[in-house]
Design a binder for this molecule. Structure first.
Ligand code: PEP
Ligand code: MG
Length: 322
């Protein structure tokens, strides 16, 4: 099977009825970028910048961040890279960035990601400047994690706009283009996509966090593993509704959670209208193989039927059909 997947490297992920699916990879380390060439993926849909922070004993200074981002962009060449600003705090806690006050009872819903970045805005400023400088003369794609309400996107973007103005004033070479996006991980954001939609260039659904919040089931709790099931009518209807909600806007919609890296789950995602997946590199071969065996129109009709009257054992029914 490995050899069969490797043979798909230069083959486009296209369904049997002709729809091109974008398959990108998730990454976090400089060396991960090599997977682009190995897998033939379309780009990096999620670069988790917090990895550098997590492996470091002290807060990485701007020079070090800049070097990493520049290396990543150089290694990716023509292929796009989406940098996610740091998602730290919560369960990804750093010894040198302790929250003042008592520990958190619900770290996943706590002081993390853009919530930290907006409050400790020195952190985001430094990262913004490193990213802008690293992408001089190129396209920069920036994505903010855990956005719950549109104003958080505006505030985070403002930090980048300020840094851009500052660097322009110093006659620095700037990126040719900056594209801004948000992650949809907090369900509430789905209620305000009419407000956010016109402001963003892309939206990425983080199904790892989104699922735990929609089902109120801790993504890491072993006793909840059965409940934390992506082939759920609620999850799939939710995602289908998001696909419809962003249609009026000219934005790329991606799923970047682990859900997209499993064959049955990816099939379900395509059947509810997703056309762009960012997944772990090892999943690119299997997902391409699935895409190339899929009749999307039939799958969509089957999914519509299932979501209208969801069977109790939806996973089994879909698996049998697949
Ligand atoms: C997600 O929540 O789906 C996601 C991609 O982000 P992370 O797994 O880093 O929380
Ligand atoms: Mg997340």
């Amino acid at each position: 099977k490995q050899a069969a997947y490797a043979a798909l490297r230069d083959v486009e992920p296209r369904t049997t009825d002709g729809t091109r699916i974008d398959v990108l990879i998730n990454a976090g380390l400089r060396d991960d970028i090599a997977h682009l060439a190995v897998t033939g993926a379309d780009g990096v849909g999620l670069f988790r910048t917090e990895f550098q922070f997590l492996v470091s004993a002290t807060l990485p200074q701007r020079e070090r961040q800049l070097r990493l981002y520049r290396d990543v962009l150089d290694a990716a060449g023509e292929k796009p890279v989406v940098f996610r600003t740091v998602d730290i705090g919560g369960d990804k806690s750093l010894p040198y960035l302790r929250e003042d006050g008592p520990g958190e009872e619900n770290p996943a819903m706590g002081w993390r990601a853009v919530r930290v970045a907006l409050e400790r805005d020195g952190l985001l400023k430094v990262q913004a400047r490193a990213l802008i400088e690293a992408a001089a003369g190129k396209t920069l794609n920036v994505m903010f994690p855990m956005i719950a309400e549109p104003w958080e996107f505006d505030a985070a973007r403002q930090v980048f706009d300020d840094q851009l103005a500052f660097l322009k004033g110093r006659k620095k070479l700037l990126p040719d283009r900056i594209r801004f996006g948000a992650m949809l991980e907090v369900p509430a954001l789905a209620e305000t996509l009419d407000i956010l939609g016109p402001k963003i260039d892309f939206l990425s659904i983080g199904t790892n966090d989104l699922t735990q919040f929609l089902l109120a089931a801790d993504r890491a709790h072993p006793k909840l593993a059965q409940r934390y099931d992506w082939i759920s009518p609620a999850i799939l209807r939710f995602i289908r509704r998001v696909v419809k909600a962003v249609e009026p806007y000219n934005i790329d919609l991606t799923v970047c959670g682990e859900m997209g890296g499993r064959q049955l789950e990816a099939l379900a995602l395509l059947a509810v209208g997703i056309r762009r997946l960012s997944i772990t590199p090892a999943a690119v071969g299997p997902i391409k193989a699935m895409v190339r065996s899929l009749d999307l129109q039939t799958a969509t009709a089957k999914m519509d039927e299932m979501l209208a009257y969801p069977p109790a054992n939806m996973r089994e029914v879909l698996q049998d059909w697949a």
